[in-house]
Design a protein around this ligand. Sequence first.
Ligand SMILES: Nc1nc2c(c(=O)[nH]1)N[C@H]1C(S)=C(S)[C@@H](COP(=O)(O)O)O[C@H]1N2
Ligand SMILES: [Mo]
Length: 417
Amino acid sequence: MGGDDLRDEGVYEQLRRDQYLWRRAREMGLSRRRFLGMLAAGGTWAALGGGAAGLRRIAHAAPAPPSPMHVKPTPPELFIPFGSNMEMRWEQMTGRGFLVPNELFFIRNHTPTPRIDPAAWRLRVEGSGVARPLELTYNDLLSLPDVSVRRYVECAGNGRSFFEVQYGKRASGTQWRLGAVGVAEWTGVPLREILDRAGLKRTAVDVMPEGLDGPIRVLRPMSVAKAMEPDTLVVYAMNGHPLPPDHGFPARVLVPGWIGIASIKWVGRIEVSETPLYSPFNTESYVMIGPSYEPQGRALGPVLSVQNVKSALELPWPAELRAGRQVIRGRSWGPHAITRVEYSLDRSVTWRAARIRDASAPRSWVRWEFEWDARPGDYSLRVRATDAEGNTQPAGVPFNELGYLYNAVVGHPVTVV
Ligand SMILES: Nc1nc2c(c(=O)[nH]1)N[C@H]1C(S)=C(S)[C@@H](COP(=O)(O)O)O[C@H]1N2
Ligand SMILES: [Mo]
């Protein structure tokens, strides 16, 4: 590969990716020859069994106009556009595998996607909470011990539009339905490996990753306890591919079970502190503001961290179905394992159990299904999930101005013809 021009970003990324896949292949005991043969045959991650189960190429009806906000195509068949944010269309998950393909994963950007040169990128770990501040290059990061986990990322505002449905009053922010969530297989280095190398002090309390997306500085602290959990990672691959630019290339933080803003993309710096840290993202936004909430210290309201239980149907909104026997599918997710999923065809009068199709795991989702002999008419299909801690989706949730954590049962409009 000596003739490749590494200043060309495409060549560089491809090379990095091949090296990365080769490393995985070697770990699985494949010979280099066999590995190169697989690459030549067009097989990459799927052939290595690396978690691409169920991925298939998405056929685009028409080439999408390039968005100045994003790098990947965001055609209207796949996404509901909200400026710099893109909501996944849930009907696109019908019959798919466990993971959301990178092409279909929702995007939540406070700024247009920045393009970062991995050769110039550095991750600095510094602050009063570490004894040996350090700086990692992209290669350093890739050579540290890695793990792969299947976890969801979900925006704190997912479901926000239903505040208006419930209260007739709009919460401010992107009017998502339920598509600001996705499960991927994330590969990266446990943050605790990095903090240990930086000489984490016993007196450290907060860890704050910061993004490289100017002009807005996007940064938000988490507790040292959360930072040290084995699945809190600095991630460089998503579903077996280098992290796409829109999802944080070259590296992002993954904070499973917490609201999406904790999972800082394009991370360039991690501050570790012996005193509590604050940013606009844990004082002014991503806090609960409203009649049922009081300010807390410097924050305008209770500070959000852990997500809650939610469900969505893999159907268009609204959906039109043919009368007759059919299988209705969807998914439920939350910070704890989902143990029960029920559905109601009669506006919450009677509930029946849906069939859960996956082994439940915390900070992930399960697919489920039920059979329906649908008669013509208008319906509001409802689903509610319960987790291992006994949390169930409620009938309604108190209003908050910024529209976070709406997890009440939602009526999905369906017309059967
Ligand atoms: N640097 C940076 N990190 C960020 C954001 C951002 O705008 N800048 N958005 C956050 C929010 S609000 C969410 S919900 C998730 C979305 O991740 P995704 O775009 O990969 O789906 O990224 C988080 N990390
Ligand atoms: Mo978010």
